[in-house]
Design a protein around this ligand. Structure first.
Ligand SMILES: [Zn+2]
Length: 418
C-alpha cells in the first residue's frame, strides 16, 4: 500500500544537522519510508495523500532508559540522593508489581502516555517479577511501542519485599526469555539492576546467557559518587566500575549503560572502545543530585550518546522535555568550565533523542529510506505568530513548549498509533 504524508518535514540525519522541507512530501510503501521530496514527483501522483498541511512532521523519540514500575511514583520522592531514594521509595513501589492485575493497569496507562507524547521506541527496565514483565511487554506491544524490556535481576542489597535468590533469578530469567514472543516489536534485554544488586554468581550466569543467546544488555554505570565507592568495595579487583560488568562479558556493543555521570577519561575510553551506548538522563541526574554528565566531551571523543527519561529519578516522561533538559545540563557544564566547553544545540539535542537512539534498533539516519516510519505530527497553529515564523523556529518552539495535545498524530513502525 502506498501513501503520502504532506506537511513540513523535519529530521536530524547527523549530529547537529537538521534537514527541513517546507511543504514536503513523504512516500510510504507498506509503512516504510520510500522517499522524501520538496515537490510532489510525477510518479507519486495518484497515491493517497494524508494531509498535514502547515503541521510539522518530525521523527518520534527513543527513550533509552526508563523504569516502568516506577511510573506510580513519578514526580515524588525528590528530596533524597540515589541510594537513600532507592531504599525509601523505589524498592517499595516496585514490590507492588508482584500483583499482575496492578501491573496490567499501570503499564497500560504508561504505554498510553508514552505514545501520546511521541515516544515510540524504548529501552525499559521492568521489575524483577517474571509475570508482570511479560504483561509490560504485552501492553507496550498493544500500544504500538517498539524496543526492549528487561526483567530486572537483583539477588542482593534489595529490600525484604524486593529481592530474589540467585537460583530463582537465573531460573526466572530463562523462563521469561523462553516465554517472549519471537516476532514481537518488543524484545527482551538482560537487565542486571546494577553491580551492587547482583552477586558475582548471578553476573556470571547473565554473561553466559548474553553470549549463548546473543542478547542485548542494559544497566547503570557511574551515576553517583557513593555508588562508585560501593562498587569499589564490592569488587576490589576492578580498578573502575565498568570492569565489574566487563569481567562477566556484560560490557559490549549490545550494552546500554545509563548515566555515566562520573566516567573519567579512562572509563570513557573503555565505553568508546567497547562501543557501549550511553543513555544520558539529565533530569534524573539533577533530581537525585548525582551530577552533570560530560556529554560534550563524550561526543568529541566519538562516544555513542542517547537520551533517557529515567523515570522516576527523572520526573519528565515526554522526550521533548528530556531533550530540553539535556541542553540545559550542557549549559551548566559550560558555565562551570568558564565557557570553555560547548553546550548542546537544539539540533544536537534532538538528534540524541531520535536518530542516535534509533540506531540501537537498527534504524538509519533520520527519515532513512527503507525504515518503517517512526514519526510525530505537531500542530502548533494555535500558538502566537505561527504564520510569521520559519519552520526552524516552530520546530524549536515545539521542543521547548509543545504539550501532549499538540502532538496530533504518532506513527510507530509504519502504523498510525495516535
Ligand atoms: Zn535507572
Amino acid at each position: 500500500m502506498k501513501q503520502i504524508l504532506h506537511g513540513h518535514i523535519v529530521h536530524a540525519p547527523k549530529l547537529g544537522a537538521l534537514e527541513i522541507l517546507e511543504n514536503g512530501y513523504m512516500l510510504l510503501e507498506n509503512g516504510k519510508i520510500a522517499g522524501i521530496a520538496g515537490a510532489l514527483p510525477d510518479d507519486w501522483k495518484g497515491c493517497e495523500i494524508i494531509d498535514y498541511s502547515d503541521r510539522i512532521i518530525m521523527q518520534s523519540f527513543c527513550d533509552m532508559h526508563l523504569h516502568a514500575p516506577q511510573y506510580p511514583m513519578l514526580g515524588m520522592g525528590m528530596d533524597l540522593p540515589l541510594l537513600e531514594w532507592l531504599n525509601t521509595y523505589t524498592f517499595k513501589t516496585e514490590a507492588r508489581f508482584a500483583d499482575v492485575d496492578y501491573a496490567r493497569e499501570i503499564y497500560r496507562r504508561l504505554a498510553k502516555e508514552l505514545i501520546d507524547n511521541g515516544t515510540t521506541r524504548v529501552c525499559a527496565f521492568s521489575s524483577l517479577h517474571l509475570e508482570s514483565t511479560l504483561v509490560l511487554m504485552e501492553e507496550f506491544e498493544k500500544a504500538g511501542i517498539c524496543g526492549f524490556v528487561g526483567k530486572v535481576n537483583m539477588d542482593r542489597n534489595g529490600s525484604p519485599e524486593l529481592q530474589e535468590n540467585t537460583e530463582d533469578s537465573i531460573r526466572d530469567t530463562i523462563k521469561w526469555l523462553d516465554a517472549c514472543p519471537k516476532d514481537a516489536h518488543i524484545q527482551p534485554i538482560l537487565t542486571p539492576r546494577f553491580t551492587p544488586s547482583c552477586t558475582n554468581e548471578l553476573m556470571a550466569a547473565l554473561g553466559k546467557l548474553a553470549k549463548e543467546r546473543g542478547l542485548y544488555v542494559q544497566s547503570h554505570l557511574s551515576e553517583n559518587t557513593s555508588e562508585i565507592e560501593w562498587v569499589r568495595s564490592l569488587h576490589p579487583d576492578c580498578p573502575q566500575y565498568w570492569e565489574s560488568y566487563d569481567k562477566y562479558g556484560l560490557f559490549n556493543s549490545h550494552t546500554v549503560m545509563a548515566h555515566c555521570v562520573h566516567s573519567d577519561e579512562r572509563e570513557r575510553k573503555a565505553i568508546k572502545d567497547h562501543n557501549v551506548v550511553v543513555a544520558h538522563c539529565p533530569d534524573s541526574n539533577i533530581n537525585l543530585i548525582s551530577g552533570v554528565a560530560p556529554i560534550r566531551q563524550m561526543l568529541n571523543e566519538g562516544i555513542w550518546v542517547t537520551l533517557g527519561s529515567d523515570i522516576a529519578g527523572g520526573a519528565i516522561l515526554p522526550m521533548m522535555g528530556v531533550i530540553a533538559e539535556a541542553i540545559r545540563s550542557s549549559k551548566i557544564r559550560r558555565i562551570h568550565s568558564n565557557w570553555t566547553v560547548d553546550f548542546l544545540t537544539v539540533a544536537e539535542g534532538y538528534y540524541l533523542g531520535t536518530t542516535s537512539g534509533a540506531h540501537y534498533f537498527g534504524a538509519g539516519d533520520g527519515f532513512a529510506n527503507g525504515d518503517p516510519l517512526h514519526a510525530i505530527v505537531i500542530d502548533d497553529r494555535h500558538y502566537v505568530d505561527t504564520h510569521r515564523l520559519s519552520i526552524r523556529d516552530r520546530f524549536e518552539r515545539a521542543i521547548y513548549r509543545a504539550k501532549t495535545d499538540d502532538i496530533c498524530a504518532v506513527y510507530s513502525a509504519g502504523r498510525k498509533v495516535k
